[in-house]
Design a protein around this ligand. Structure first.
Ligand code: PLP
Length: 372
């Protein structure tokens, strides 16, 4: 066997993530590596924390990026907050709500499931009914933007219902952060996680998380230690906490954190509202173009995630061969359906740097040619 360097093709990434990465973020990644306890790196981490607070719209002190993908952010929220025997109402309307339930039961907690149809938002009334029936519930968990189906739930309303029943909220914003409004403090989110590879358009493998003071209190007053050493926030914070006090926890992915810093800087310079508006405008352009091709959407208009467009595959077309042609002939990646949607839907991402006119034009032209 002979070995050679891996030179990847130059794809346009319009699937459910990872999304296209801006050249300046890739450039940041290739800057010289410094030690993860280097004082200059500590300064960068302080800025990174503040930029994450900006993106999440929070003042939470405990706001960091976990050195692992979105699933680790999810796991960090559950393992830190839940203790065996706790009761959690979990809203499930797709794959990632199911993954939340799996985390809950693995923590030895009880999952009270509120189910909604795949392709629809979580129904607030169903959550309220479940909370009435389960006064013992301590937490409410749900996915803001369900990437598996393209449905966006009303996080503000769901959190306010949870608060009426004295529950802490755990919210997945992996696909929503940067693409649509996420207001951690304004909506009363207690534990939130996201991913670097979606609307932040950074390299995959990092998970921004934030815990409210109430969530930090729960973590501090646990009766049993967090079962995961790596994800235990009280230990991780010794590395992320203020200047001069940082001590070794694990070796941070130094260059990936440069990239996240650069990606968040781009978001900061663009502005949150402007970024949400860009995603919405590009979504509307895509909708108009797909309509001309006779391709319709899975999710009703008022419940759609602008940056993740789940569409019905036109009858008679072979899912895999169309996606393969897009990849081979146009270097364009779109996503397949997941679970019950496999073979029936495509997921077209317009996330972060991918939410641009050039991408929409390429995607529509390529689909037109492949479908003709
Ligand atoms: N939650 C949602 C809504 C997601 O879309 C994803 C990934 O696509 C995850 C969690 C898991 O993130 P990761 O694949 O980075 O572990």
């Amino acid at each position: 066997m002979t070995f050679s360097s891996f030179i990847p093709p130059q794809r346009t990434l319009m699937g459910p993530g990872p999304s296209d990465i801006a050249p300046q973020v890739l450039a940041a990644l290739s800057r010289p590596t410094v030690g993860h306890l280097d004082p200059t790196f500590g300064g960068m981490m302080e800025q990174l924390k503040q930029l994450l607070q900006f993106a999440f719209q929070t003042r939470n002190e405990c706001t960091i990026a976990i050195s692992a993908p979105g699933s680790a952010g999810m796991e960090a929220c559950f393992v830190n907050l839940l203790q065996p025997g706790d009761s959690v109402v979990v809203c499930i309307n797709g794959v990632f709500g199911q993954r939340m339930r799996e985390n809950i039961t693995r923590c030895g907690a009880k999952a009270v499931v509120v189910e909604d149809e795949w392709g629809r938002a979580v129904t607030p009334q169903k959550l309220e009914d479940a909370l009435k029936q389960h006064p013992e519930a301590k937490f409410v968990a749900f996915v803001h933007a369900e990437t598996s189906t393209g449905a966006l739930s009303d996080a503000k309303t769901l959190c306010s219902i949870a608060k009426q029943y004295n529950c802490l909220t755990i919210v997945d914003t992996v696909t929503s952060l940067g693409g649509v409004e996420v207001n951690v403090d304004g909506w009363g989110i207690d534990a939130v996680y996201s991913g670097s590879q979606k609307c932040l358009s950074c390299v995959p493998g990092l998970s921004p998380v934030s815990f409210s003071p109430a969530a930090v209190d729960v973590i501090k007053n646990r009766k049993v230690p967090v079962q995961s050493w790596f994800l235990d926030q009280s230990l991780v914070m010794t590395y992320w906490s203020g200047k001069g006090k940082r001590s070794y926890h694990h070796t941070a992915p130094v260059n990936s954190l440069y990239a996240l810093h650069e990606a968040l800087l781009m978001l900061y310079k663009e502005g949150l509202q402007q970024s949400w508006q860009r995603h919405l405008t590009q979504h509307q352009k895509l909708v108009a173009g797909l309509d001309e091709l006779g391709i319709d959407f899975v999710v009703p208009e008022s419940e759609r995630i602008p940056q993740l467009n789940a569409v019905n595959i036109p009858q008679g077309l072979d899912d895999a061969s169309v996606r393969r042609s897009l990849l081979d002939e146009f270097n364009l990646e779109i996503g397949a359906g997941l679970g019950p949607f496999a073979g029936k839907t495509w997921r077209i991402g317009l996330m972060g740097y991918a939410a641009r006119n050039e991408n929409i034009a390429l995607c529509l032209a390529a689909l037109k040619q492949v479908l003709s």
